[in-house]
Design a protein around this ligand. Structure first.
Ligand SMILES: NC(=O)c1ccc[n+]([C@@H]2O[C@H](COP(=O)([O-])OP(=O)(O)OC[C@H]3O[C@@H](n4cnc5c(N)ncnc54)[C@H](O)[C@@H]3O)[C@@H](O)[C@H]2O)c1
Length: 355
């Protein structure tokens, strides 16, 4: 029986549409090759241009329009002229929260040694998966701004760590570690954050009792940052909070080849709502419209989408084809020292994937 998957496309701003176009080409190539899969696409114009014309980042009933898709494929959101906190909160975070995409999966995998700025690190040394809490924590948006502009001005930014939110992300990470037969490292900061992170650590210890077969470690985020640079081989699966995950995965991207290769899946594990797949990078206004954006991170997002659909074989194939295109070193965009255009990389990718 043919599996039909409906995919909502949100190309967004800047280079978003350029890289999403290549990802869609890859999906269409998979469909051609695999008679058991069929994809239909619907594109939504939401983003900063839409905001400048309509005064909002997405339609008021945007979430209900997206609700019945099997996946959302997003390019990037944000552009000069619209404050970043507006574009982020009113589109991306609205979807992540509204669809309870509480797991953010960010692989950090070195595909080619020449890509890492670290000395003497081989591909086997940098291969981890960060499981970032994606629905609350430091990004809850709670707080207050008192006595604005006065000498007594006070700003409060509240981290929200619920038992449900903390336990479910830690449990998800333990399940993933067990499934992959790998170790799990928790990253927190209980010495300084005496409520939230003491709580995080205690929940980690509690949940750990249910997984005696999983080897664990627990680091403060400052030490974890150091280890990620000095000994990345220490890490397999990492579970951490929203803010720490955000920062650690940019560091992870830096040691594994930069933003041109960093991908992230926003997952609703219960599948009550669609999950969203996107490159980690932004809209890159400095190169938008030039046709030189690197599409490989967006293509890696397609691999995560395939994994989510239960098509892990295609997921693996896409990642190994990215590796192949890096090894070949012929068709790469300028950020990787090449001269190819976005579309040329996409075309070469498809040739390798389907040959
Ligand atoms: N998930 C998202 O949608 C997301 C993430 C980060 C930033 N943003 C937004 O994007 C806008 C620009 O942010 P920024 O400049 O801090 O980050 P950015 O990721 O857009 O760009 C940072 C640098 O990396 C380069 N770069 C990024 N992606 C690239 C690619 N695929 N190929 C080649 N080079 C690439 C850019 O040219 C730039 O020099 C802001 O409005 C920001 O809010 C959105």
């Amino acid at each position: 029986m043919v599996k039909e998957k409906r995919i909502a496309l949100l190309p967004g701003d800047g280079i978003g549409p350029e890289v999403v176009a290549e990802g869609v080409k890859v999906l269409k190539a998979i469909e051609q090759k695999d008679k058991n899969l069929s994809f239909t696409f619907e594109q939504f114009p939401w983003g900063c241009e839409y905001y400048l014309q309509n005064g909002k980042m997405m339609d008021d009933d945007g979430l209900s329009q997206l609700q019945h898709f099997d996946a959302i494929y997003l390019g990037a959101v944000g552009y000069p002229g619209v404050p970043d906190h507006v574009s982020l909160r009113d589109l991306l975070l609205k979807i992540r929260k509204g669809f309870d995409q509480y797991v953010n999966l960010r692989p950090v995998k070195l595909l080619n040694e020449r890509l890492s700025p670290l000395k003497g690190k081989a591909a086997k040394d940098i291969d981890l998966l960060v499981v970032r809490e994606n629905s609350e924590g430091e990004y809850s948006g709670e707080g207050n701004w008192l006595y604005k502009g006065e000498p007594e001005e006070v700003v409060l930014q509240t981290g929200v760590f619920s038992r449900k939110g903390t336990e479910r992300i830690i449990r998800y990470a333990f399940e993933e570690a067990r499934r992959q037969g790998k170790s799990l490292t928790s990253v927190s900061k209980a010495n300084a954050l005496n409520y939230s992170m003491v709580f995080w650590d205690s929940v980690f210890e509690e949940v750990k009792r249910d997984y005696p077969d999983v080897e664990t470690a627990s680091y403060l985020v400052d030490a974890a940052s150091m280890f990620l640079v000095m000994n990345p081989e220490r890490f397999d699966i990492v579970v951490t909070s929203n803010l720490f995950g955000d920062i650690l995965t940019d560091l992870g991207a830096a040691i594994a080849g930069g933003l041109g290769l960093a991908t992230g899946a926003n997952v609703n594990p219960e599948r009550t709502y669609p999950s969203m797949f996107e490159p980690v990078h932004g809209s890159a206004p400095d190169i938008a419209g030039k046709g030189i954006a690197n599409p490989l991170a967006a293509i890696w997002s397609v691999a995560q989408m395939m994994d989510h659909f239960g098509e892990e074989e295609w997921g693996r194939k896409i990642v190994s084809t990215i590796q192949q295109i890096m090894d070949e070193d012929e068709k790469l965009t300028p950020d990787f020292g090449g001269e190819a255009t976005t579309a040329e990389v996409g075309d070469r990718f498809i040739k390798l994937l389907t040959s």
